[in-house]
Design a protein around this ligand. Structure first.
Ligand code: SAM
Ligand code: SF4
Ligand code: SF4
Length: 375
């Protein structure tokens, strides 16, 4: 069946400027949004470029040779990212995830990681720093990333069948090289490693079993992600979503699973552990996760903010507009002003797209691309 691809609506540069409160109270301190959700997790997109063309994210028909990427001057510099990250940490952020586009395409990324690793949370500890990557450059970079202070990596891999994988990344990239990247990350001590598999019904659903078998007992946590309606270019259709409950059912046909407690509040993945003969979780076999962004919204405790490649703050993966922090930075605003701006934006947050999916009036609604704000 041919895919419906909708042309890219360029939301870059279209961010709202931030209205500062009349008095700059609470420059620091923990924040809650209008639904009582704290700010804990900051995802930073370090590039809008990628060497893959996954059809669900950057379809070739749209991200072709004529696609104009952000110019270098538009990207936040490492110093700008680090300064913003420091201010976010003062507002309660504990975890920083670097993403993209493909984050390992950003030159000297380990320099940024070292700068971020030197920061401290409000509790005086180093932030948890992690990275989501397609794994293509991991073999080359794993050691330098670890030495710079990266703690963990999440690698995206949509199947083990080389033909299926090459067609899903749409640049003919072989599975073997991603597996070598995962091995290099493990050898460098970038663990526990997570592997993300986006499941598309009719495309790679038959890879669920082989992936589960391959990673069971390996120390890698395999997570199945429901194909989401992010952005406006992937021609998303509900009938291509394989609900996570079905993924769990299919794995249970082969292996016994027991449900595990969430690892942290706001954790997106539902965890299932492989069970031993007595029906108890067997740590030696490990666990899987399912991320049910479509069939089971988890907006009620979503504590994630996203900083786009050009310094716009997004409050939701499905937001149609960001808030322009870069303009404040480049206008010479002091820390107190930027900090108050972050507090004002988070304090006014009410986003809960996944909970409202289906009830929203969609026509004319625009959405930012995932390759621009990261996953
Ligand atoms: N390039 C890196 C990678 O692929 O890991 C980082 C950026 S990518 C946008 C982050 C994550 O988003 C990946 O795990 C990817 O599989 C996931 N993703 C992208 N488009 C998606 C979609 N339509 N539905 C579900 N997950 C998606
Ligand atoms: Fe690139 Fe990651 Fe998007 Fe695939 S999912 S196109 S690897 S940014
Ligand atoms: Fe968070 Fe938005 Fe996703 Fe809901 S839809 S979990 S608010 S990013």
């Amino acid at each position: 069946m041919s895919e419906r691809v909708i042309p890219l609506l360029d939301l870059r540069g279209g961010a709202r400027s931030i209205t500062l409160p009349p008095t700059l109270g609470h420059a620091n301190g923990l924040l809650n949004d209008t639904r009582g959700r704290p700010l804990r997790d900051l995802r930073i997109s370090v590039t809008d470029r990628c060497n893959f063309r996954c059809s669900y994210c950057m379809p070739k028909e749209v991200f072709d040779k004529d696609h104009v990427y952000l110019p270098q001057t538009a990207l936040l510099s490492f110093e700008e990212i680090t300064r913003l990250a420091r201010l976010f940490l003062m507002h309660g952020v504990r975890k920083i995830r670097l993403t993209g586009g493909e984050p390992l395409l950003r030159k000297n990324l380990e320099v940024l990681i070292a700068q971020l690793a030197a920061l401290r949370t409000v509790d005086g500890v180093a932030p948890d720093i992690t990275l989501t990557t397609n794994g293509s450059l991991l073999q080359r970079k794993a050691l330098a990333l670890k030495e710079a202070g990266l703690q963990r990596v999440t690698v995206s891999l949509d199947g083990l069948d080389d033909r299926v994988f090459r067609s899903m990344n749409d640049v003919d990239f072989p599975v073997a090289q991603v597996l070598e990247g995962i091995a290099a990350a493990r050898a460098a001590g970038l663990g526990p490693i997570k592997v993300n598999m986006v499941v598309k019904r009719g495309t790679n659903e038959h890879e669920i079993g082989p992936m589960a078998r391959h990673f069971r007992g390996s120390g890698v946590v395999l997570r199945f992600i429901e194909y989401m309606d992010v952005g406006a270019t992937n021609g998303w259709r509900m009938d291509e979503v394989l609900p996570s409950a079905e993924v769990v059912r299919r794995i249970q046909r082969e292996f016994a699973l027991v449900e595990l407690e969430p690892s942290a509040p706001g954790e997106t993945a539902e965890r299932w552990g492989y069970a031993d003969a007595a029906g108890r979780f067997d740590p030696a076999q490990g666990e899987i996760g399912v991320i049910s962004s479509v069939t089971q919204a988890f907006c009620h405790d979503c504590n994630r903010a996203r900083l786009s490649t050009e310094g716009h703050l997004y409050l939701c993966l499905f937001a149609s507009q960001g808030h322009d922090l870069r303009s404040l930075l480049r206008a010479g605003a002091d820390d107190a002003t930027i900090s108050a701006a972050i507090a004002a934006v988070w304090g006014a947050r009410s986003d809960r797209y996944s909970e409202l999916r289906g009830t929203l009036a969609e026509p004319g609604r625009t959405r930012v691309e995932m390759s621009y704000i990261g996953g």
